[in-house]
Design a protein around this ligand. Structure first.
Ligand code: ADP
Length: 265
C-alpha cells in the first residue's frame, strides 16, 4: 500500500488538516499479473490448434493430398481445429463483453420451466450419445426476470459438459427447486467427476482438470468462467459438487421476484 499525505493550510499558515490517500498497489499488481497470465493463456490456446493445422497442411502439401485414405482424415483434423478456434474466439469475445463496463443484460420475464424444458429437448434431439435425461422440474409456473440468451448459454455450457464427461449409458438428472426468494437449478451427471482439490478452480478462466483430455473433447476452458460471470450478473450463485468416478452436480441460483438493484439492470 502506498500512502500520499497532503496538508490543508489556512492563509495564515496554520495547518488544520491532513489528507491521506491510500493506494492499494497490491490490487493493481494482482490485476496486472492476471492480465499477463490471461494473454499468455490466450496465446497458448490459439497456438496449439494453429501448429496442429500447420503440420497437417504441410503433410497434405507434401503429397498426402493424393492419398485417398489419408487426405480426408487430415482435412477433417484441420476442420476440427478451425472449429475449436472459432469457439475459442467466440468465448473470448463473450468474456471481453462481460468485462466491459457498459455491459447490459436484456431482461424479460421468462417462465422458467418451459424455458428449461425447451433447452433440454434441444439436447435430447441432437445428442449422439446413449445418455438418459431425467427431469424433476417444477409443477407450477415460475417467472424469472432474466436475460434469456445469457441464461440459455449458461445452461448450454453446463449440459454440454455433463454430456462430454458422461459414459455411454449414463444418466443426466435435471432438478429445479424453489428456496424462499430464489430458484435453484441442478444438473447432475454420473460421469468421471472432478478431484476435490480442483473443484473450486473449474470456474476459473482456462482451467481444465485434465488438459489433454478436455482439449480432445473440444473444450476451451472458458465455458464455466462465462457461466459464472453471467449468473453473478443476474444476482445468482453457481457452484459444483463432485466425486471422482461417481459424478458431478452443477448448481446455480437465480433470484425470484426481487428488485435487482445492481449495475446490470
Ligand atoms: P471446457 O470447455 O474445457 O469444458 P469449462 O470451463 O466448461 O471448460 O470446464 C472447466 C473444466 O471443468 C473442464 O475442462 C473439466 O475438466 C471440468 N468439468 C466441467 N464440468 C464437468 C463435468 N460435468 N464432469 C467432469 N468435469 C467437468
Amino acid at each position: 500500500i502506498k500512502i500520499n499525505f497532503s496538508t490543508i493550510q489556512r492563509e495564515s499558515g496554520t495547518i488544520n488538516g491532513i489528507i491521506a490517500v491510500l493506494y492499494d498497489i497490491t490490487e493493481q499488481e494482482r490485476i496486472d499479473q492476471e492480465r499477463r497470465e490471461f494473454v499468455a493463456n490466450v496465446s497458448h490456446e490459439l497456438r496449439t490448434p494453429l501448429t496442429t493445422m500447420r503440420s497437417y497442411l504441410e503433410a497434405l502439401a507434401d503429397g498426402a493430398w493424393t492419398d485417398k485414405n489419408i487426405a480426408p482424415q487430415f482435412i477433417d483434423v484441420t476442420q476440427n481445429e478451425t472449429e475449436r478456434m472459432i469457439r475459442l474466439v467466440n468465448d473470448l469475445l463473450q468474456l471481453s463483453k462481460l468485462d466491459s463496463k457498459d455491459y447490459r443484460l436484456t431482461r424479460d420475464w421468462i417462465e422458467f420451466t418451459s424455458f428449461f424444458n425447451k433447452i433440454i429437448d434441444r439436447f435430447e434431439m441432437t445428442k449422439n450419445q446413449d445418455v438418459h435425461f431425467t427431469r424433476h422440474l417444477l409443477n407450477t409456473p415460475v417467472y424469472i426476470d432474466m436475460d434469456e440468451d445469457k441464461i440459455t448459454q449458461v445452461i448450454d455450457n453446463i449440459i454440454s459438459n455433463a454430456l462430454k464427461y458422461s459414459p455411454e449409458g449414463g444418466e443426466i438428472i435435471f432438478h429445479v427447486e424453489v428456496h424462499d426468494d430464489k430458484l435453484e437449478v441442478q444438473v447432475k451427471d454420473g460421469g468421471v467427476g472432478i478431484p476435490k482439490e480442483n473443484l473450486d478452480k473449474i470456474f476459473d478462466r482456462f482451467y481444465r482438470v485434465d488438459k489433454a483430455r478436455t482439449r480432445k473433447l473440444g473444450g476451451t476452458g472458458l465455458g464455466l468462467a462465462i457461466a459464472k460471470e453471467m449468473i453473478e450478473a443476474h444476482g445468482g450463485e453457481i457452484w459444483a459438487k463432485s466425486e471422482e468416478g461417481i459424478g458431478t452436480t452443477i448448481y446455480f441460483t437465480l433470484p425470484i421476484d426481487q428488485e435487482i438493484e445492481d449495475d446490470w439492470s
